[in-house]
Design a protein around this ligand. Structure first.
Ligand SMILES: [Zn+2]
Length: 306
């Protein structure tokens, strides 16, 4: 641990030193409209939090401004309203919080844990693992990518659905980017900082983010933040075995069909059936019946919502 006292205090820390036993979140990126796969994550994170008398927050991960898809932020908000997935605190938008992430980079800089990297994409070539070329060059930070140092060390965590997952930081991942040369704050940094500041204890998200987890645990350790509990949901596939994603042009959720879609989402998660009703009532029932042991290892979908 680098800092004896974590540099930033969670804004939502509970009274006294009783941190909430469970604080979960749904953190979509507005890089396209929400689709059925996003709904699975929203519903699972919500039910899991509520089934454990926890709180559930929503955070919009919109630091990657060039990738924001017009109207998708509005669509996320409309869907949350239509599905009556009401967060327990005001929704936060990462693009309003860039100063916080910069402050954390400064702290890591003071501690000698980050450095500027001048490598171009061409220089990096097809090597996915950064060789540490700029690590000892002491380049000025202006107009360069900022990387965090990793050590030759394995990080393992026990995922609630996927079991044990490990990576060697140096061999599998390499020093990774916290801030891009164009000034965009990387997802890894913003996630770790906000999970800490929001007092998040449990992360429920799609398995496409599984391989990011060791980086995030490492970063949290460097900053003296607690390690979180993780549950990575199986990705929803269509009948052709393709991942349901914005890239595959998965159909946007139709807020007008919220009850039907909610029913489909609970079925896809292999939860007990819930009768069609107002989403709020359906969610109450889903929470009461919520059982993570029933969640399948793979989710194949068919039907009109693809
Ligand atoms: Zn470099």
């Amino acid at each position: 641990m680098l800092f004896n006292n974590p540099p930033l205090t969670p804004s939502l820390q509970q009274k006294g030193d009783n941190r909430m036993a469970y604080v979960g979140r749904f953190a979509p990126s507005p890089t396209g409209p929400l689709h059925f796969g996003s709904l699975l994550t929203a519903v699972a994170s919500y039910c899991d939090a509520k089934a454990q008398q926890g709180q559930w927050f929503v955070r919009i991960e919109d630091t990657d401004i060039p990738r924001i898809y017009p109207g998708s932020e509005q669509h996320i908000l409309e869907c949350l309203e239509a599905f009556q997935l009401y967060p327990d605190a005001e929704i936060i938008f990462q693009k309003d919080r860039l100063d916080l992430y910069e402050a954390v980079i400064d702290q890591l800089h003071v501690a000698g844990q980050v450095y500027a990297c001048a490598c171009t994409r061409k220089m990096l070539g097809s090597n996915h693992i950064y060789a540490g070329t700029c690590r000892n060059l002491s380049l000025a930070f202006e107009q360069q990518a900022i990387r965090v140092k990793v050590e030759d060390q394995s990080i393992c965590f026990q995922d609630r659905l996927q079991g044990q997952h490990c990576s060697n930081l140096k061999e599998d991942l390499g020093d990774f980017v916290l801030k891009r040369r164009d000034g965009i704050i990387n997802y890894q940094l913003a996630v770790v900082v906000d999970d800490y500041l929001q007092g998040i204890t449990h992360v429920v998200r799609g398995a496409d983010l599984l391989d990011n987890t060791e980086r995030q645990i490492w970063l949290a350790q460097l900053l003296g933040y607690p390690t979180l509990s993780y549950m990575h949901l199986p990705l929803a596939m269509n009948a052709q075995g393709q991942k349901l994603s914005k890239q595959n042009l998965a159909q946007a959720l139709d807020p007008k069909q919220a009850p039907e879609l909610l029913q489909q989402a609970l079925l896809a998660l292999h939860q007990p059936a819930v009768a069609l009703d107002r989403p709020e009532i359906m969610l109450q029932q889903a929470v009461a019946q919520w059982n993570t042991d029933l969640i399948p290892h793979s989710i194949e979908l068919e039907g009109h919502f693809l």
